[in-house]
Write a protein that binds this ligand. Sequence first.
Ligand SMILES: [Cu+2]
Length: 444
Amino acid sequence: MTKRSRSRTLSRRDFLKLGGGAMAATIGAGLLPRGLKALLRPTSVATAAANAATLSVPAADVPPNLHLIGTDGWAYMPGPAIPPYHPDAWAPSPFTTYIFGLRDVTALTPQQVQAQKGKVQISAPIIGVDQEAEFRMQLSNPGFIMRPDLVDSHTIHWHGFRNQTAYFDGEPMGSVSVPPGRTMMYFYKPHDPGTYMYHCHFEDTEHIHMGMTGVLYVRPIQNQGVGDIPPGKYAYNDGDGSTAYDREFAIFLADSWAKGHWDDVHIQVSDWSDYRPDFWLMNGRVYPDTLAPNGSGADPVTGDLIAPTGRPDLQYQPISSLIQANEGERVLLRLVNLGFQLPAMTLTGLRMRVVGKDATLLRGRDATDLSYLTNTVFIGSGESVDAIFTAPPYQGPDPYNTYLLYNRSYAHLHNAGGPGYGGQMTEVRIFPEGTLPAQTGPNT
Ligand SMILES: [Cu+2]
């Protein structure tokens, strides 16, 4: 660090000398001298972070199937202002909300990975793995660009995964975690198909709420064809093809408290007993943004996320929740909740068959079929549901017929109390037979 830059930035030691949190608490009250206020501007904090040690990503004997980074960044939420928490005055335009998150950097160079510090996504990449196949996942922690004073580690925890050793389970008090500047390889060999979720388990109430969460699923070995069952796409090893599907959509449900997000970047402590969310998310977005297309991966030069077409404000929320199918197709919904509240997800006008719960086929030990038809599923925090519906006949006259998938808790169907519908709602669009090509991946 040069003398010049040292004079402009605030080191952790200086921060502590000045009284740390007590000083931070006075910022909002306007009690700081102008010079100290300038030191705490986001640009100055970011400069300090840029001077931090380089991220270490050691070469692996066997390359990872997936390389994730855990860091901070900014996302966009619509809705009326909640001064001073929403939109956050420190958020660079067009963003509104400070987040933590995980993103895929598998194809990036080490320099590009380093440059992704502070550019994370909310709702982490959807991960699909094959039963009995070895899976290596690398996690790098480049630190937080807005909070260089924090030494938070990160981990990856596959929630509900029954096959993990403590070392790779990501529960930091019983295992290891990844401190800033470091990289760790996790190893998995899944035996139980179904839908799970993964999240950072370090200071998990905070890191989960800030966005370090995503959907994970294990494809059954039956997909390769077993006995009389032809190769295909199945939710489980059902033995009879009853969980076959044509298209799959993973929906990660969460809720988001504007003050909690604001507190983290403004160096304040959140009292979780005050938790009162303002936004209810599907894959990190609220309705109607849930309908916007997926992002387009990473820029080959910078490694930055490419925003969905026409939506630069959703650059860091790349996962669409729009559900589309041709009439007659079977659609698998992989519904996961890691919000702190209880959604009741309703599919209007259609019945879905719940075939799996918490990565378990709904079938008794005596082979009794325990699946059931419903139009509403309740999904508690940490739970998952696999439900299949058959797309109804297309009835015209528009290019597609629309149904809704939404949280029927009316109190959660708005954006920060603003007018109109918001929150956890998306559309199911049914097209004439043969309109949509075969699906290339979940949520496409
Ligand atoms: Cu974390």
